[in-house]
Design a binder for this molecule. Structure first.
Ligand code: CA
Length: 174
């Protein structure tokens, strides 16, 4: 009996620890080999994107949500600056389940590194849901264990760089 009780206690302990982790700090990283949802829509498609600075008129934020995954210039691009950022306004709050990021592949993919993603309904109170230390690679699939609610999706580099993103897709369960 004693050992059975211990086994139950052990399971509960692990489960509650995992739940606490999900609630208090959900910071996913790029996950390879995982499939994007096929039944849910890309709610970022054609939504407005503001950049903290603009490298050129030929590389506006809109190239990040134009539906093209082509990984070559021109893509949405900021100037070289500290904490460059891009903010997508989804128009209304969505329950976000996954994201897909396409990096530039024709040049300098290493620039997209130490990427942080935050979401929320209030730009002054966003929550960090993704934090990938180091380079993100050619593409990055992010699957959230717990749905993340938000109208605004903000990407920024934790450092000084260009922020170049060829496409950002945001999937919602509704
Ligand atoms: Ca694009």
């Amino acid at each position: 009996m004693a050992s059975a009780d211990n086994a139950i206690q052990g399971r509960y302990y692990v489960r509650s620890t995992a739940e606490e982790h999900i609630i208090t700090e959900v910071t996913e990283t790029c996950s390879s080999g995982n499939e994007l949802p096929t039944s849910s829509p890309n709610v970022a498609l054609n939504k407005p994107v503001s950049l903290s600075s603009y490298y050129a008129t030929s590389s506006p934020g809109s190239l990040m949500t134009d539906g093209s995954r082509v990984p070559s210039w021109p893509c949405a691009c900021t100037t070289y600056e500290k904490y460059p950022e891009a903010v997508v306004d989804l128009g209304l709050p969505f329950a976000i389940t996954a994201m897909y990021i396409v990096n530039r592949g024709d040049c300098c993919p290493e620039r997209l590194h130490d990427l942080v993603i935050q979401v929320g309904d209030d730009m002054s109170n966003l929550k960090t849901i993704f934090n990938n230390t180091g380079a993100i690679g050619a593409t990055c699939t992010v699957l959230f264990d717990k749905q993340q609610q938000g109208r605004y999706v903000k990407l920024y580099i934790e450092g000084t760089s260009f922020l170049t993103v060829c496409e950002l897709e945001v999937y919602s369960s509704g």
